[in-house]
Design a protein around this ligand. Sequence first.
Ligand code: 13P
Length: 341
Amino acid sequence: MNLAELKKVAEAMVAPGKGILAADESSGTIKKRFDAIGVESTEDNRRDYREFLFRSHEAMSKYISGVILYDETIWQKAKDGTPLVELIRRTGAIPGIKVDEGTKPLPCFPGEVVTIGLDKLADRLPKYYEQGARFAKWRAVIDIGPKMPSYGCVLANAHALARYAALCQAAQIVPIVEPEVLMDGEHDIDACYQVTEWVLKETFQQLYYQSVALEGIVLKPNMAVPGKRSTKKASVAEVAEKTVRLLKACVPAAVPGIAFLSGGQSDEEATAHLDAMNKLGPLPWKLTFSYGRALQAAPQKAWSGKAENVAAAQRAFAHRAMMNGLASLGQWKADLEKKAA
Ligand code: 13P
């Protein structure tokens, strides 16, 4: 393993003013997104959609440091035959790959899941490297509910994340370590804080046991936010203050950067929260975005599967990318959203 090289890639992924486009929706998830805009989820439609995102040259080259791809996409070619990976590289962004194989129920722990995909991972990683991937992603999913999460669930997921991260580094690929505590429940922000603290502490313990070099990872956590069905809302200032406090207590300064998931927050909330956190700086690590929905909801809606809408959809993507790029510097202002509207 060449740690200096891993570190360089990790630092580029969280470069000032830039963040990651999570375009790695599995076939099931992208179908859900396409259903919502009345588009059939065929291989060609998925290709056309992702192709126009990656061809949004200004947005990609100014605000996007890396793109997480799904297995199908990393092998796909644009309409003119150019590999999609090559389109990404031409913008200066780094191609990455989702390598987990989704979740399965954890026996004996009703309602809880563990992420799978470790068995053949050591064989798959060199193929992805050869295809251009310089980083990978593995997402663990932790739900909050009555008596949930269990220690069995937290430990199994943290262990798998650490095993994955070690395998990636051995293959010269930077692991994005993503333990996602879901915001689906009725819990308040403090319950989210407590569970996320537990999950992050266990994750870093397991990373230590597997000898993962923290200088060569990027952490992708959730923010401390109330559940979507919570009756207690939290202000932007509260989310920012609590998330930064939580991360300072759990994430060693050796980690170059933290790139948040959006997890079901609205586009503007995800931007405002990131911006408010960066305004609390200086911080020990870079704080940026690795958003899926909060970057793509607007372009998907604008596109709606119609070729004549591609330019408008690219503008919608460029706008969200710019807003989040500014937020990663603590330079976003709510007025900028209104002006664009
Ligand atoms: P969201 O930002 O939509 O949560 O997606 C990010 C991601 O990559 C989830 O694994």
